[in-house]
Design a protein around this ligand. Structure first.
Ligand SMILES: Cc1ncc(COP(=O)(O)O)c(C=O)c1O
Length: 450
């Protein structure tokens, strides 16, 4: 029996044969930027740091407006606080090498060719960044997208196109449709991509209960469609919990589906070399497609899809939210390249963020297993009250409300980074204890959520 990868390779091949008869999708006259001498080259001489420095704190010690305070002299009142609400887990956004790369690129090229990737926005710098990302996830190829949101919607519209090209006619028979199974708490970009697939590409979408592998198994057992996809976040952005990756991999073998994993919050953060969840479990070869973002641990902006080379041609040809939008500006590309290089070499950043997770768990008894700590308080009013309390105490911790979460599951979402100090954590926990009495009693928190 053919492997999952081989089955999909055949469908991809058919799509290419029918949808790209003349091999035009590989025709991409990439703009090659002028060669620069070593000291002006944004991608050369990327300097790493031995340990934390003041630069890491640049965007942790912030001033924020208090939306409830009366304006002073017509200006919103500002207050100093420590940020515990960003996604810059490794504190790379203000790293000297990241700044330097962006500055050099801006000096040399401005914002770069402004056009979509398919026109002239995709340069050899974009290509080099894509190669780095492909290597990081153990894939043959990678397609950069302007955001992680666009990466998910592009991936899903590509999968829809594969089903259409492999069907006998325009109106797909039931068994020709692609059946997609998605975790109930997947990111909004996956949800929107699925809605578009359902509406415009005749896809069959099933939602399985959050991380419930028995439910997924049941749904898959009832599905006879050969073309099956399971898509999941690796680390859920609002819950802070991990998908059961090893069980998913077992189910993949049993039900022969394509496994697409959104590593938005795990790339660079997880794995000895920052290769994400695939590296942690040694299962990179069983994650058929990896989606990621460059706007969280990478500290910059952008998204990507790491996949096989042939699949990457299809993404370029059918990923509508990547085709009809402008490519990433060069200073951002250069900054991402520097951030990835630094993240790989400065392993101490990963160790630092994970030690913060352990410290937080030890201080509170809360079962924190990732740098995203989700404290559910219930109603929107309760979450805003708690957030306001944290602002008053000098911590920027935002209330997470609909549409990000259900109306009765509003929460404080705290994110820990490599640059937070133990003292800050201690003070944060003291302030949290004043507004979330259930802190450290996970069963109570869970009860509040149900
Ligand atoms: C799991 C997940 N996927 C995708 C995205 C979208 O990424 P981006 O912010 O780069 O558009 C996010 C972030 O909001 C996310 O949390």
């Amino acid at each position: 029996m053919a492997s999952v990868a081989a089955m999909w390779e055949e469908w991809v091949q058919t799509t290419l044969a029918k949808g790209d008869r003349n091999n035009y999708l590989s025709y991409l006259p990439r703009v090659c930027l002028p060669r620069l001498n070593a000291e002006d080259d944004p991608l050369a001489d990327i300097r790493t740091q031995e340990g934390p420095g003041p630069w890491d704190r640049t965007l942790l010690e912030v001033e924020a407006e208090d939306p409830t305070a009366a304006p002073a002299a017509g200006e919103p009142s500002r207050k100093k606080m420590i940020l515990f609400s960003g996604n810059d887990y490794l504190s790379l956004s203000a790293h000297p090498a990241v700044r330097e790369a962006a500055i050099k690129a801006a000096k040399a090229f401005g914002m770069g060719p402004r056009a979509s990737s398919m026109i002239s926005g995709h340069t050899d710098y974009h290509r080099r960044l894509e190669m780095l990302l492909a290597e990081m996830h153990g894939k043959e190829a990678c397609v950069m997208t302007p955001t992680g949101f666009a990466a998910n919607t592009s991936l899903l519209s590509t999968l829809g196109a594969i089903a259409s090209y492999n069907a006998a006619s325009k109106r797909l028979e039931a068994h020709e449709k692609v059946a997609v199974f998605s975790d109930a708490l997947n990111h909004a970009s996956i949800i929107d991509g699925l809605r578009m697939m359902e509406r415009h590409q005749q896809a069959l979408v099933s939602i399985y209960r959050h991380s419930d592998m028995r439910h997924l198994d049941e749904l898959l057992s009832k599905c006879d469609n050969p073309m099956k996809v399971v898509i999941t976040d690796s680390l859920f952005s609002m819950e802070g919990d991990f998908a059961p990756m090893l069980e998913l991999v077992d189910l993949r073998l049993k039900h022969r589906f394509l496994l697409a994993v959104d590593e938005a919050h795990t790339s660079l953060v997880c794995g000895k070399n920052g290769g994400g969840i695939g590296e942690v479990y040694g299962i990179a070869d069983q994650l058929d497609i990896v989606v990621g973002t460059l706007s969280k641990a990478t500290g910059c902006l952008g998204g990507y899809i790491a996949c096989s080379k042939k699949f990457s041609y299809l993404v370029r040809g059918f990923g509508r939210s990547n085709i009809f939008t402008t490519a990433t500006p060069l200073p951002v590309v250069a900054a991402c390249y520097a951030a990835l290089t630094v993240a790989r070499k400065e392993g101490w950043r990963r160790r630092a963020v994970w030690s913060k997770v352990q410290e937080f768990a030890a201080m509170t008894g809360h079962p924190a297993t990732s740098p995203i700590v989700s404290l559910v308080v219930g109603s929107e009013a309760a979450a805003i009250r708690a957030s306001k309390h944290m602002l008053d105490r000098g911590f920027h911790v935002t209330a997470i409300r609909p549409p990000a979460v259900a109306p009765d599951a509003c929460r404080l979402r705290i994110t820990l980074t490599a640059a937070h100090t133990s003292e800050e954590l201690k003070n944060l926990v003291a302030a949290l204890a004043e507004c979330i009495p259930a802190l450290g009693r996970p069963t109570d928190l869970l009860a509040a959520r149900l």
